[in-house]
Design a protein around this ligand. Structure first.
Ligand SMILES: C[S@@+](CC[C@H](N)C(=O)[O-])C[C@H]1O[C@@H](n2cnc3c(N)ncnc32)[C@H](O)[C@@H]1O
Length: 456
């Protein structure tokens, strides 16, 4: 990998912004591979790097010198983990201090990074490169295999593709990858392909023509399981035989598009069947529709911008299936989003769980009798998974048994029997109320899924 002089300074700027709370993906949108590798790696190993650098500092840096800390962390990562030449790394990092108007830090950076050169970065055994609350939560949730989970979170995720079955076959696409010299292997599903190493989207054959999408294997397992359950149930109460599906938290559209692709290859889907894609954020909706256009799906889905905890967007039809891929801590995706380890706070999980409950309460009203609500997250934490389903079922139950004087707010649609269905993904493990995959299993991210059928 070629690392240019500016790359080190730019990486340090990005790492400093993430440490202030900014989103890594947004900051990396125009970044080259060297900057991406440096930022991902530095954030993945942050506690270990901080401990490593600290041993060479005479005194801690002042809070106002977070930019200098970021230069040291980036330099240490490149020296210890990227085998970049000592002279170039030290020199560029020293110059980066001048660019920030802090020439006083040149000597310090030079001294610390010279000591880092040739040293080995040890794993910080107290943190496993996680924040304190997050490691504690992982230990509580996975008492027997928390080390494996933490190590997997610190690994690199492979790049997965999903072939658009409405535009071509997997065999043809793999032949196109061969012709382009892009190494790959088969995934678990007929549409999934694992690349040997990451490739920019526009270098993928036919990407602009919608032949393929980039989507994690675990994420593919979710829509696969939902599509399989829809096909198995095979029937609908609609007069026209249509199956109406709502993806209630749809952007950037991965699961909605996957469902659309799978179901439109099924004879049971009539021309009236469709996926409605609901999204709160207008910007994310615009991006999603752009992707739909690329894939040739724009006319095939119904687009709804609105809040899934309310019904202002609802056009009146009840749904046969609702997928609620709820906003969550993202703790199943730390390999791809190492900044989550830095930015996420304990209180965010509690807030997410409240929103997730509100989404379920509202969406439950929009199901036809006998229809199914599938809840999923990319969280590893019970608090956002089984516990959300458990509380939701409790609210339904409470309303069914309550007397008129009860002061609690009943869940919408309450009083109707709810049955937890045994939905499962292609790998992973059963939880009390759903199914959980862990990061790294089958090369995928960690996902949770549960399915609840409404009584008739
Ligand atoms: C986990 S992401 C969904 C990922 C998507 N299903 C996919 O597979 O590509 C959650 C999405 O829900 C959206 N969202 C958050 N709150 C929402 C709400 N109240 N109503 C609808 N969408 C919401 C977010 O903007 C985000 O795009």
């Amino acid at each position: 990998m070629t690392v240019a002089a500016n790359d080190r300074s730019n990486s340090a700027t990005i790492v400093a912004k993430v440490l202030e709370g900014d989103d890594l993906d947004a900051l990396l949108s125009d970044a080259n591979p060297a900057v991406r590798e440096t930022c991902y790696g530095t954030l993945r190993r942050l506690p270990s790097l901080r401990a490593h650098v600290a041993q060479f500092l005479n005194k801690p840096l002042r809070p106002g010198d977070a930019d200098i800390e970021a230069i040291l962390l980036v330099g240490a990562y490149q020296l210890c983990c990227m085998s970049e030449p000592d002279y170039a790394v030290v020199n560029d990092c020293v110059n980066a201090a001048t660019r920030r108007g802090k020439p006083w830090a040149k000597g310090l950076i030079n001294a610390v990074l010279r000591k880092c050169a040739g040293s080995t970065l040890e794993q910080d055994e107290r943190s496993f490169d996680h924040s304190k609350w997050l490691l504690a939560a992982i230990k509580t949730n996975y008492p027997d295999d928390w080390r494996d989970v933490a190590q997997a979170n610190n690994s690199r995720a492979p790049m997965w593709l999903r072939v658009n079955g409405l535009r071509g076959s997997n065999a043809d696409y793999r032949a196109a990858l061969d012709a382009a010299g892009i190494g790959h292997s088969a995934g678990e599903f007929p549409e999934s392909i694992r690349l040997d190493s990451s490739v920019p989207a526009l270098r993928l054959p036919g990407f602009s023509d919608g032949l393929v999408s980039i989507q994690d294997h675990g994420a593919q397992a979710v829509a696969r399981a939902v599509a399989d359950a829809i096909v198995q149930s095979g029937k609908t109460d609609s007069d026209d035989g249509a199956i109406r599906i709502l993806d209630a938290c749809a952007a950037p559209g991965g699961k909605a598009f996957h469902l659309h692709e799978l179901l439109n290859q099924q004879p049971l889907c009539t021309s009236e069947s469709h996926v409605s894609a609901l999204e709160l954020s207008p910007e994310r909706m615009t991006h999603m529709r752009g992707q739909a256009k690329r894939l040739g799906h724009e006319a095939g889905l119904i687009w709804l911008t609105g809040d899934a905890t309310g019904q202002g967007w609802h056009q009146g039809d009840a749904f046969d299936w609702i997928l609620c891929d709820a906003p969550c801590s993202g703790t199943g995706t730390l390999r791809r989003h190492p900044d989550i380890k830095v930015r996420r706070r304990r209180a965010d999980v509690t807030r997410s769980a409240q929103l997730q409950g509100a989404l379920l309460d509202n969406l439950w009203r929009l199901l036809k009798p006998g229809a199914t609500l599938v809840y999923c997250t990319c969280s590893l934490l019970r608090e956002e998974n089984d516990a959300v389903i458990k509380s939701f079922l409790k609210r339904l139950n409470r309303h069914g048994n309550e007397d008129a004087s009860a002061d609690s707010q009943p869940a919408a649609g309450a009083g109707l029997a709810a049955e937890v269905l045994p939905i499962k993904l292609a790998w992973g493990r059963a939880t009390k109320l759903g199914w959980q995959t862990l990061p790294g299993e089958q090369g995928g991210d960690g996902f949770y899924v549960a399915a609840i059928r409404r009584g008739t």
